[in-house]
Design a protein around this ligand. Structure first.
Ligand code: SF4
Ligand SMILES: [Zn+2]
Length: 388
């Protein structure tokens, strides 16, 4: 007689898979290895420019430099459930390579002439010594100071110590740090995102940044893995409210599916649908009074923070999407809101699919459906339900 548990929901008593192994497995597949070996480490992954807004609200243009690096130290030891950056990183990237990539970007954009802002992204943290040689950190900080450009870098929380920030501000007096907080909720950080830090470490990092008068940009993730649409909406609004006072800018990233990640597996298995664009509109409507208590729009009186929602791959099945017919209008309105901060951008938007979305959200509020009831594909729902 064995007393093996038979309920599949609670497992069969054997040891569960470690999240670490599930996160790491795809990075070691032949396709991932081949992709990593295919690029030249002396050129950045990409360099491009986009319209932006300066810290004081004036419109400008910004060059974004995405460097090829050794990647994120958290990824080496574990990794976030949606992070596909391993495709652009390799552990043999040297200080010389990074300097060559930086020189390439500067040459391509003529020392960033005509662009007021430079964003330097490293698929990790620029100020982390284990990932980026200190000499290179210094080059970026110093060059942007000398050229008079507003610099934005990305970082996890643990690098933002008083000591490190004192060093960085001694080289560059005006830069902003963007932190991928994803969720202001320890349970979500741990079980949905596998972020490897807690909200306490974000609180501490932000307090340090304020001490040095460094601008704070907070990234939040809309609809992390293992979450339904209704919960995503409730949490999304709450997290904005939680961080607004302490963030100069909040950038909400609606989940988009990157190849080889846990969220990719869930999506393939019919267990995850990227967010509806209607949810993003609703989230903005609900969060707007927190961001603009006097409803005056960006740059207006009493503005608490700036709320930006940029649906990467918006309208595609692997990004935030609606029915296919209305997607481009809704994405455009969401993008316009990031610039204007005015709810009028959403006036007149309507589509039949809004009813289906509202129904799903209402049902998910009423039923215990942790993974949600939305189907990840467009088209006939019955066909999707019958699909294996
Ligand atoms: S901290 Fe950022 S770069 Fe590192 S694994 Fe998570 S999402 Fe990826
Ligand atoms: Zn529609």
């Amino acid at each position: 007689m064995t007393n093996k548990k038979s309920l599949t929901l609670v497992g069969d008593g054997s040891k569960g898979a470690r999240i670490h192994d599930i996160v790491k497995a795809p990075a070691n597949t032949p396709w991932a290895k081949a992709r990593q070996q295919s690029w030249d480490a002396s050129e950045p992954a990409t360099v491009y420019y986009t319209p932006e807004t300066m810290a004081d609200g004036t419109p400008c243009s910004a060059v974004t430099v995405i460097l090829r690096t050794k990647g994120c130290h958290w990824w080496w030891s574990s990794g976030c459930t949606f992070c596909g950056y391993f495709n652009d990183t390799r552990d043999d990237v040297t200080n010389e390579d990074l300097h060559a990539q930086w020189a390439y970007a500067k040459t391509k954009f003529d020392d960033f002439k005509g662009h007021a802002m430079v964003k330097v992204y490293t698929s990790g943290s620029l100020l982390e010594d284990r990932e980026i040689p200190v000499a290179f950190q210094e080059t970026v900080l110093r060059d942007c100071q000398t050229l008079g450009k507003e610099l934005i870098v990305e970082s996890r929380c643990e690098q933002l110590t008083e000591e490190k920030l004192a060093w960085a501000t001694s080289i560059n007096t005006s830069f902003a740090v963007a932190i991928g907080l994803e969720a202001y909720d320890d349970e979500v950080l741990r079980f949905h995102v596998n972020k490897g830090f807690t909200i306490k470490s974000w609180d501490r990092a932000v307090a340090n940044l304020k001490k040095f008068d460094i601008r704070v940009k907070t990234y939040l993730m809309f609809k992390p893995p293992f979450m339904n649409e209704a919960d995503a909406l409730l949490h999304g609004v709450k997290w904005i409210e939680d961080v607004a006072e302490r963030s100069d800018e909040i950038s909400v990233n609606p989940m988009n599916i990157q190849r080889g990640t846990i969220i990719d597996r869930l999506h393939r298995h019919n267990e995850y649908r990227p967010p509806w664009l209607w949810s993003l509109v609703e989230m903005i409507r609900r969060a707007h009074p927190t961001i603009h208590p006097q409803n005056t729009g960006n740059g207006g009186e009493g503005q608490v923070s700036r709320l930006i929602v940029h649906p990467t791959a918006g309208g595609r099945v692997r990004g935030a999407h609606n029915c296919g017919a209305c997607d481009s209008h809704v994405v455009a309105a969401i993008e316009r809101y990031a610039v204007s901060g005015e709810l009028q951008e959403f006036e007149g938007l309507a589509c039949e699919c809004e009813k289906a979305w509202a129904e799903e959200v209402a049902l998910e509020h009423a039923l215990p459906t942790p993974l949600g009831i939305s189907k990840p594909r467009r088209g006939n729902v019955l066909d999707a339900l019958r699909a294996p």
